[in-house]
Design a protein around this ligand. Structure first.
Ligand code: AP5
Ligand code: ZN
Length: 207
């Protein structure tokens, strides 16, 4: 299936995308991870880091190029973190059709708690939460044993800026897809397992 997953920063897109990739054997296409892997790359627009650490959007040409290359290689995919504005919506419409558009709805206070408590594994990419999804041993990855870190943009100040950028740019993207046949709104404030049950049912019905 060709799946788009939408939601605010911290809505649980990464968490559910991981499960989708395992269940349907599809590619995780995520602009956030791709940009983090190239954060300090010099481009004609400067480095991605300058935008990301301020909570701003990275310029469209850089992001569109990542998505075009990834979608060309993928048969089925879950696209996560893209599109984030109207111009990216248009670019995506030219690049591929979508079977399912999932929107994870989560309230703003919950988003701040989730992001500031998130810890990630720099080795294998696993994601935890100090309270909602702690590893067996504090600060250590269950899957590979590496020390967990906080993402540079998960500090409270940058989280507020990211949410502001989301409200200004990306809420309209949700409205663009709402009302299309592929669109499904999901209550993202349930436990990860309950969100997953809704996600899986939506995909199985449409793909
Ligand atoms: P990106 O990496 O895409 O970040 P984001 O959209 O802000 O989303 P996150 O990865 O932070 O959140 P998530 O929804 O995946 O949540 P998760 O599952 O981890 O983008 C980063 C930056 O890159 C942007 O700010 C921008 O600068 C740039 N960028 C990226 N794409 C771009 C684009 N298209 N155009 C321009 N710039 C772009 O969950 C969060 C936490 O909650 C975790 O701790 C998790 O354990 C916990 N959790 C998850 N589910 C639940 C649950 N059901 N209950 C309780 N806790 C939960
Ligand atoms: Zn790990």
């Amino acid at each position: 299936p060709r799946i788009l997953i939408l939601g605010a920063p911290g809505a649980g897109k990464g968490t559910q995308s991981k499960r989708l990739c395992e269940a349907y054997d599809i590619e995780h296409v995520t602009t956030g991870d791709a940009l983090r892997a190239n954060k300090h790359m010099e481009t004609e627009y400067g480095t991605p880091a300058e935008y990301m650490d301020a909570g701003d959007l990275v310029p469209d040409p850089l992001v569109n190029e990542i998505v075009a290359a990834a979608l060309e290689e993928a048969d089925g995919f879950v696209l996560d973190g893209y599109p984030r504005n109207e111009s990216q919506v248009e670019f995506l419409a030219d690049a591929t059709d979508l079977d399912v558009v999932l929107y994870l709805d989560v309230s703003e206070e919950e988003l701040v708690d989730r992001l500031t408590g998130r810890r990630v594994c720099p080795e294998c990419g696993a994601s935890y939460h100090v309270e909602f999804n702690p590893p067996a041993e504090e600060g250590v990855c269950d899957e590979c044993g590496a020390d967990l870190v906080q993402r540079d943009d998960d500090t409270e100040e940058t989280v507020r800026d990211r949410l502001e950028t989301y409200r200004e740019n990306t809420e309209d993207v949700i409205e663009h897809y709402r009302g299309t046949d592929a669109f499904v709104e999901i209550d993202g404030e349930q436990t990860p397992d309950d969100v997953w049950a809704d996600v899986k049912a939506a995909v199985d019905e449409r793909a």
